[in-house]
Design a protein around this ligand. Structure first.
Ligand code: CTP
Ligand code: CA
Length: 226
């Protein structure tokens, strides 16, 4: 008897996943960043690949190895991430888990900033980074069929997430409460907001959340029409 092949409901579909933090340079040795580890995004990329999708993982700096069967594009800044996302199109599925820095340093120094004896600390002027999720969600010929945003909140999670879903123009939004040990931790608990309503997925491993979400994505897209 031949072994039964694993079911691959996403075979032939292209997916892009963003993950990790971005690093916004202050000078050649310093940067602005956040606590994202990339674990949830990497787990989602792996889960989509297990279901047969052709996955491009656009990752900020993390300590993680690229999951098996996933093409990883490594970037550093939010603007590099935006360019890599649009270069990875077309894709039917986009899952945007990256914790993109909301601001970048207006004029990063080309040499290391020195502290001079008695000198005042430098003032950092910030500029907004592009909102990759909002840009990708805007109507257009290359818009993925299913765009999923993530929302990192520390308070009023449900309420902020509803606002964010409307503001970003994405199709689904996964809200996580990052007030505890979610960022960098092994587990996650989420609220999944779709046009059909909202669901709470209680605390479990980021891999388990990823497997559930990949299954949902496969169900939503349905069988592939040749
Ligand atoms: N996102 C993005 N590009 C940015 C900022 C955020 O693509 N410059 C995406 C994230 O990957 C995530 C979603 O937008 O999927 C929400 O990110 P979040 O930081 O929670 O929301 P913001 O709109 O940046 O609002 P705030 O940080 O003020 O809560
Ligand atoms: Ca943000």
């Amino acid at each position: 008897l031949e072994p039964t092949p694993a079911p691959a409901p996403l075979r032939g579909r292209r997916a892009l996943v963003t993950a990790g933090p971005t690093h916004e340079p202050i000078d050649p040795v310093r940067y602005l960043a956040n606590r994202s580890s990339g674990r949830q995004g990497y787990a989602i990329a792996a889960a989509l690949a297990r279901l047969g999708a052709q996955v491009t993982l656009i990752s900020g700096p993390t300590a993680l190895a690229a999951p098996a069967g996933v093409e990883r594009v490594s970037v550093e800044t939010g603007r590099q991430m935006r360019d890599a996302v649009f270069a990875a199109l077309p894709a039917e599925i986009a899952v945007m888990t990256a914790a993109v820095a909301d601001w970048r340093i207006a004029d990063p120094a080309t040499d290391k900033i020195k502290k001079r004896p008695g000198g005042t600390p430098p003032e950092l002027r910030l500029l907004p980074n592009p909102d990759i999720l909002a840009e990708l969600s805007a109507p257009g010929p290359d818009r993925p069929r299913l765009v999923i945003g993530f929302a990192a909140e520390t308070s009023k999670v449900g309420e902020n997430a509803r606002d964010k879903l409307a503001r970003k123009g994405c199709d689904w939004l996964v809200a996580n409460d990052v007030s505890g040990d979610v960022m960098g931790g092994a587990d996650n608990a989420i609220e999944l907001l779709t046009p059909q309503g909202s669901e709470h997925w209680s605390r479990r491993s980021k891999e388990a959340i990823a497997t559930m979400l990949a299954g949902r994505i496969a169900t939503a897209l349905g069988p592939r029409t040749p």
